[in-house]
Design a protein around this ligand. Structure first.
Ligand SMILES: C[S@@+](CC[C@H](N)C(=O)[O-])C[C@H]1O[C@@H](n2cnc3c(N)ncnc32)[C@H](O)[C@@H]1O
Length: 305
């Protein structure tokens, strides 16, 4: 099934409503950045922000009374209360026409911010974004389970043209969130390894709900996965481990390359062990600066036959 078809339809509606208008994102935290990302991906660039938080560089909500509803669209990243709705309607803004409640549009519940992964959780009853308190780890070099600003990965993957043969393996794949973004961007063959048994169970439940083939998912320590990775040409890391674990895994990828020469691409979010990739013969081809805690920078590397 095309798990992103409905999301894309909703986004097309958003794009049609915003086209040739000045767009005001009301509520400009993490959700606002996501909405801005969606708009920019769809060619909408006349975007401004409204937020009551004085620490955010934005217009304050009173500014809405100076807007012309015929020329503007308001995108609300929060569920408006009765007083917000009355304020908007008194100023001539009509829901669906010149203001849209984004969580309603994408059927995202009120629990947290708006993101691709939160959309998947709400739409398909998945569990990607529930916090896991204590992840089991094979060593102190490993990080626990957490997810981040998924749209940064989409921005990076939009630099790639995937074909039907491409396959991605996520080292420390967690509950599969990042892999589902590769799926969105056209890479349909997915695999990965996850150490924590509870996280792995969520991963398998998620993939089964989406009818995604689970034969490429391994529960265990990433450093021990060897010949299985020959079937892939993209490898994804979101800060799963560092030190000896990282160098072993990169050596395994290099051995796989020697066994089967092909173009190999590594997408590395929070690239703390960048130097080892360069030392191993990988070339940095893309770099995105991200000033955000969970994804501080994301890089892409290749090795070619
Ligand atoms: C920051 S999370 C990233 C999850 C996923 N890649 C994503 O972006 O949604 C890192 C994951 O790596 C897993 N991990 C850490 N060390 C590992 C190892 N040696 N083998 C397999 N998984 C590991 C953790 O359990 C955790 O789920």
């Amino acid at each position: 099934m095309d798990i992103w078809a409905e999301f894309d339809e909703k986004t097309n509606y958003l794009e049609r409503t915003c086209r040739n208008k000045v767009v005001y994102i009301w509520g400009y935290g993490l959700s606002g950045w996501f909405v801005e990302h969606i708009l920019k991906r769809n060619g909408i660039t006349n975007i401004k922000a409204i937020d009551k938080n004085p620490n955010i560089k934005a217009f304050r909500p009173y500014y809405i009374k100076f807007l012309n509803p015929k020329e503007s669209v308001l995108l609300l990243t929060f569920e408006p209360g009765e007083s917000d709705e009355k304020y908007l309607s008194d100023l001539g803004f009509k829901k669906g026409l010149n203001y849209i409640v984004i969580k309603e549009l994408y059927d995202i519940d009120q629990k947290g911010f708006i993101s691709y992964e939160r959309y998947l959780d709400c739409r398909y009853g998945l569990d990607i974004t529930t916090v896991v308190e204590e992840t089991d780890k094979p060593s102190e070099e490993s990080c626990g389970y957490h997810w981040g600003m998924d749209f940064v990965i989409v921005d990076m993957l939009s630099k790639v043209k995937f074909n039907s043969e491409d396959a991605v393996f996520d080292y420390g794949c967690g509950k599969g969130g990042a892999l589902l973004l590769f799926n969105k961007m056209g890479c349909k063959k997915l695999g990965g390894v996850e150490y924590d048994k509870r996280v792995y169970s969520s991963l398998i439940r998620n993939m089964k709900k989406l009818d995604i083939d689970i034969s490429g998912f391994i529960q265990g320590d990433a450093t021990l996965v060897k010949n299985e990775i020959d079937a892939y040409n993209y490898y994804f890391f979101y800060d799963p481990f560092e030190g000896q674990s990282f160098t072993t895994v990169i050596d395994n990828i290099c051995e796989s390359y020697e066994r089967k020469k092909r173009k190999i691409c590594i997408v590395y979010a929070s690239p703390r062990c960048h130097e080892y990739l360069i030392k191993s013969g990988f070339k940095l081809i893309e770099h995105m600066d991200v000033q955000e805690m969970t994804y501080p920078n994301i890089n892409m590397y290749v090795i070619n036959p």
